[in-house]
Design a protein around this ligand. Sequence first.
Ligand code: HEC
Length: 117
Amino acid sequence: MPATPRIEAPVRWAALGAFAVMAAFASAAAAGNPVAGKEKTRACVTCHGIDGMSRVPNAPNLAGQNEWYLAKQLSDYRAGKRTHQIMSIIARNLSDADIDDLAAWYASIKITVTLPD
Ligand code: HEC
């Protein structure tokens, strides 16, 4: 049956891809301290608020965002993989612990979502 291997190969690769994503997630999973993170938001509140709700139109809301995602973005700004005139400068001075703690703080904020009528 020539059709079977043609179907199986992509499925195997997809499974492998999903596994790789999960492995990457696990290894980058931050173990930040949200209490320490709250203390470190002094450099962030003008734009993102202490509650993670944006204070300026060009800054995104961070409240309730996925912790791994937040840590990844800050690491990417610091490494120059993601660039922005403000965030690249801010992230340059953050330690690994700062990134994990800030991500933990903003991720720990509880948000509710209400769909429009
Ligand atoms: C002067 C304003 C300003 C300050 C201060 C600031 N940010 Fe930002 N931040 C921005 C803007 C604008 C963006 C969107 C950048 C882009 O388009 O890449 C951003 C993006 C981000 C993102 C990516 C969000 C996403 O949805 O991808 C994170 C995470 C973040 N900031 C965290 C922080 C943290 C933590 C601090 C404090 C240490 C901080 N920012 C301080 C303006 C600011």
